[in-house]
Write a protein of this length. Structure first.
Length: 554
């Protein structure tokens, strides 16, 4: 690492490299069902309607989440167009901002040692879970960024920063609340607790600034909820019970129930390869040798949130993002205690393991056929991991860096970027298997069928609506996922886009739709008892799991 380059310069070089890896061919696969497609389509409909306070999914109001993610998605679509790139663009930028914020937290925890802070930021930016959050549009990337804004700001204030950091803390907390509700306070609260617990930190006296900060939180964080509750009192019970209490305690509420040990498996996978080094050093290091500050980071930044999220019935990997900044910084702390000789052994071991993984990725086209993996992977896919192996070899031969830590970081950066580009190639080739209906939309356009009315049988397909930039009609049979919250609709116009095929009162409308020579999309063949619809669709096409029914009428 050239002495003329400062840690800040290396940070921005890393951010640029990571940004290039994330943004390159970002739109080469369509938005994926179900979460990403849902957010993308709500953003598209919000931008088209100009209604920024009532999110709609396929024409029906949808209040599962507060509006910040939808606003940002709509902003991305306005900037980059109604494409997958537009939907994902700001999420990628949010993750890059997280890297910078982790660097800031590292400077505070490592007492302005910028080398350690840089290592923490680079390590965080190469974690698999962080890369997944950047490429998969959900609330979690935005929430994580706002939580880090709040966490960094309050820690900066507690380390002697001015009042502007104090107010930025409350602002970040309010926006986090407006992104995903009370869960946005988890990391900032744990940072405050960790700062004071058994550390004899001087306490700031209560002033009018504290009252003003709380008011700022309430005004921003509750604004949307209060507005909707003023419109309809049912929203209060809806937000408090169904979207907060049930989401945490009811295993059946959102069909995301997982066993209590679910995160104990996913956290190590999401933080490879560094988790191996961290767990090894945790076991080898006596607790009494660890400063109280780093004990607090382990307990309050990692373990307490891990237990909290494990107790929740609804579980997804990205819900646990708030613990990974702490894991990254802890790893740097523990490895920073080692001599270069010990670090070199870690470097050799990781070089071998990551090299073998890249070699395995090179064999992916052959292995997929031999093992019967139902994926399409062309030989050209191997070019990315092969390039990664070449980069690792060149690093070994040409980089004369004496210190081991920079070589370790460079190793994982090369591996992360290679993994990113390989995964994008695989996603592009297997869009239907991954959950994208872009190939369906492309086929409809190629046949000149995209201008017809589109009917979707017993599936919620926001990805198809997004790709076609139109509103399909959903035909409901017995899919529980199609139970929409129509109680907030002002009139019955929603029945034009959500048709219950078992309801005799809607049969006349359904037959009028069929008479217009529409296209019908079904997952698999239509059931036998829907055979009466087939005469309307003499032609059909199979694309992956989807069957497209249509007529040759022009």
């Amino acid at each position: 690492m050239p002495a003329s380059f400062s840690a800040r310069t290396w940070l921005w070089l890393f951010v640029l490299a990571l940004g290039a890896g994330l943004l390159l061919v970002l739109g080469s696969w369509g938005v994926l069902e179900s979460s990403e497609a849902r957010y993308a389509e709500i953003g598209r409909e919000m931008l088209a309607s100009g209604d920024w306070l009532h999110p709609r999914l396929l024409g029906i109001q949808h209040f599962h989440k507060p509006p910040v993610t939808y606003w940002l998605t709509a902003a991305g679509l306005a900037l980059a167009g109604p494409t997958a790139v537009g939907a994902r663009l700001l999420a990628v930028l949010a993750v890059l901002a997280q890297v910078v914020l982790v660097y800031g937290l590292g400077k505070l925890l490592f007492e302005q040692d910028k080398r350690f802070a840089l290592a923490g930021a680079m390590l965080y930016g190469t974690l698999p879970v962080v890369l997944i959050s950047a490429l998969n549009l959900t609330t979690d990337a935005y929430l994580m960024t706002l939580e880090l804004v709040a966490a960094y700001s309050i820690l900066r204030y507690l380390h002697g920063g001015g009042w502007r950091w104090f107010y930025l803390f409350w602002l970040g907390l309010g926006l986090a609340f407006l992104t995903k509700g009370p869960v946005g306070a988890v990391l900032p609260l744990m940072v405050v607790v960790g700062h004071y617990f058994r550390q004899r930190q001087p306490r700031r006296p209560f002033t009018w600034h504290h009252a003003a900060g709380v008011v700022l939180l309430l005004v921003i964080g509750l604004s949307w909820y209060v507005y909707l509750a003023a419109e309809n009192r049912e929203f209060l019970d809806y937000f408090l019970r169904k979207q907060t209490a049930d989401r945490f305690a009811n295993a059946d509420a959102f069909k995301r129930a997982k066993p209590w040990w679910f995160y104990l498996v996913l956290v190590p996978v999401g933080s490879l390869p560094w988790v191996v080094a961290l767990l090894t050093q945790l076991v080898r290091t006596r607790w009494a040798e660890v400063p109280q500050q780093w004990r607090n980071v382990l307990v309050f930044w990692v373990l307490v949130p891990l237990v909290f999220f494990s107790l929740a019935k609804s579980k997804l990997l990205l819900y646990l993002l708030p613990i990974f900044p702490g894991l990254a910084l802890l790893t740097v702390y523990y490895l920073g205690r080692l001599t270069d000789a010990v670090l070199y052994r870690w470097y050799v071991a990781m070089s071998g393991v990551l090299g073998l993984l890249l070699a395995g990725l090179c064999m992916l086209p052959a292995l997929s056929g031999a093992l019967g993996i139902p994926l399409e992977i062309t030989p050209l896919t191997s070019l990315w991991p092969a390039a990664g192996i070449v980069a690792l070899v060149l690093q070994q031969l040409l980089w004369n860096q004496v210190r081991v830590a920079p070589r370790l970081l460079a190793l994982t950066v090369v591996f992360a970027l290679t993994l990113l580009l390989t995964a994008k190639s695989v996603l592009h080739q297997n869009q239907l298997a991954a959950g994208s209906t872009r190939p369906v939309a492309a086929w409809l356009r190629a046949q000149g069928l995209d201008q017809r009315r589109v009917l979707v049988y017993d599936e919620l397909l926001p990805s198809l609506a997004f790709e076609l930039n139109t509103m399909p009609v959903t035909l409901v049979h017995d899919n529980d996922d199609l139970k929409r919250e129509t109680q907030f609709e002002a009139d019955s116009s929603w029945q034009k886009v959500l048709v219950n095929v078992n309801d005799s009162t809607q049969q006349r409308y359904l037959k009028s739709l069929l008479a217009q020579h529409p296209v019908l999309i079904s997952k698999g063949e239509l059931e036998d008892f829907r055979a009466w619809m087939l005469p309307y669709f003499p032609l059909q096409e199979h694309l992956g799991p989807w069957v497209i029914y249509y007529s040759g009428w022009q």
